[in-house]
Ligand binder design. Structure first.
Ligand SMILES: CC(C)(COP(=O)(O)OP(=O)(O)OC[C@H]1O[C@@H](n2cnc3c(N)ncnc32)[C@H](O)[C@@H]1OP(=O)(O)O)[C@@H](O)C(=O)NCCC(=O)NCCS
Length: 441
């Protein structure tokens, strides 16, 4: 058993605990088997994300789905709602797919909230730094999260590493230009879909850079088959793609809305789509784009180089916007650099600056002809070597291969210590296809 297996019971970070105690605040992990304590924590979490007051049933569902996580709060015992923490965070080890397909167990962080009544007093800083020290204590080399705002996490050493594209497609302009697979698309019940999607997702996940592990409770929640009191789940439809050989190769979930003034102008929102084959991908998308009574197909969290663009016949049928999605924080530079594979051989010096002191230092990354790399810590970079200097957040952006070192150089986030080093870094680090944005968590 590794330290990470015992993550939920690992002691609270003493440094943040002492700092918060100076302001009279109690910083503790909670026992999620205790429903009353968990529910108070969950109410605070939901309030922080502007959600409505939850019902008892919703809280029960949250505990069943999220109770396995390390669940931490900060309490102000003098507050009127003293049982509700004034700050929340949860975390758990999750595998992230790196270039080359290796799985790196990372510290996933979620539910970061501080009560509106206690903000901008350094509470989130203590939570985040506490989480990073806890991950290090558990032996995990990388922390990961998806963000509500892109302005918060850079200061803690996180950099955006995956990017998401949102597509809005005018289906009246589409002339299908993709393949016509021989398998079949079928409607399936949402319960059945929720049972099947976890296994299918895992097959996609391990083959796609940037995908992070899901959790058991995620699928029924996504399909709206549990704790769906407002009935929104009933708007969802589930489909699958089965190959000619009879294998399940793709699945999607979608919702229809609009059409109020013109029944032929509904919007079809693709809520989730994963496919293990090109055939499944094309067939599911074609199903959406050729749906009757639909004028617009929308989908979010697609990859930057999503193949669907090439299947539309008229690329301008799609309006595409992009944004950062998954942010990574390197905690152990050597462990992370050794874990991934590289696109080209080379020797690259890296001088990493880390204001929080976890991952800084000088490293020489040597990549062999098979794309296997080894990062050796050195006191000083060898004279005359191709080398770059960057902060740890920029290294977090580069590590999955979805960001161009030359762009970071132009933006002033990466400094060349020798001419041409950014281009070399690009050849060594970049991947194709682009990393998947990954799930929301
Ligand atoms: C984001 C949030 C957790 C910050 O909590 P907080 O206790 O006010 O943060 P802190 O006082 O510890 O601030 C730490 C630093 O982050 C900065 N910061 C905090 N929130 C910020 C925001 N929303 N945008 C930009 N900077 C922010 C602070 O200015 C401070 O900067 P400094 O250390 O360089 O001076 C809180 O505003 C919140 O709960 N927001 C709503 C829920 C949410 O969006 N959570 C994030 C989920 S990914």
């Amino acid at each position: 058993m590794t330290a990470a297996d015992d993550f939920a019971r690992h002691p609270i970070d003493p440094t943040s605990q002492a700092k918060l105690a100076e302001s009279g605040l109690r910083y503790e992990t909670l026992d999620t088997d205790d429903a009353a304590t968990f529910n108070a924590w969950a109410r605070a979490d939901l309030r922080g994300f502007l959600a409505a007051e939850p019902s008892e049933k919703q809280l029960e569902g949250m505990r069943a789905s999220l109770g396995y996580r390390r669940t931490t709060g900060v309490w102000d015992d003098s507050a009127p709602l003293a049982d509700e923490p004034i700050a929340t965070v949860s975390s758990w080890p999750a595998d992230l797919t790196l270039p080359g397909g290796s799985q790196l167990t990372s510290w996933a962080i979620s539910s970061v909230t501080v009560s509106q009544a206690r903000r901008r007093r350094g509470i989130a800083r203590n939570l985040l730094e506490g989480e990073l020290r806890t991950a290090v204590a558990l032996g995990l080399p990388l922390a990961a999260l998806t963000v509500s705002e892109s302005t918060i996490y850079g200061r803690f050493g996180f950099g955006p590493a995956t990017f998401a594209a949102s597509f809005s497609i005018d289906t009246r302009r589409v002339r299908w230009a993709g393949p016509t697979p021989g398998g079949r698309v079928d409607y399936v019940g949402r319960e059945k879909w929720a049972e099947q999607i976890g296994g299918l997702f895992d097959r996609v996940r391990v083959a796609r850079v940037g995908e992070i592990e899901g959790w058991d409770g995620m699928w029924p929640r996504l399909a709206g088959t549990v704790h769906d009191e407002d009935g929104d789940g009933k708007k969802l439809r589930a489909i699958t793609y089965t190959s000619e050989a009879g294998d399940l190769e793709g699945a999607a979930l979608f919702k229809l809305e609009g059409g109020d003034h013109d029944y032929a102008s509904h919007t079809l929102n693709v809520e989730f789509l994963r496919a293990v084959s090109d055939d499944a991908y094309a067939a599911l998308w074609r199903f959406f784009l050729e749906a009757d009574l639909v004028a617009t197909v929308k989908a979010e969290q697609l990859a930057i180089d999503e193949p669907i663009r090439w299947m539309l016949g008229d690329q301008r049928a799609a309006t595409v916007t992009t944004s950062d999605h998954q942010w990574l924080r390197i905690l152990d530079t050597k462990a992370v650099l050794d874990a991934r594979r590289y696109s080209s051989p080379g020797v690259l010096g890296l001088e990493i600056e880390d204001a929080l002191g976890f991952a800084g230092g000088s490293f020489v990354l040597t990549v062999d002809a098979d794309g296997v790399g080894t990062a050796e810590p050195v006191d000083a970079l060898p004279e005359g070597s191709a080398a770059v200097r960057l902060r740890v957040d920029a290294l977090g952006s580069l590590v999955l291969g979805g960001v161009s070192p030359a762009a970071l150089r132009a933006a002033g986030s990466l400094h060349e210590l020798s001419d041409g080093a950014a281009e070399l870094a690009g050849r060594v680090l970049r991947v194709s296809p682009e990393p998947s944005p990954g799930i929301w968590y």
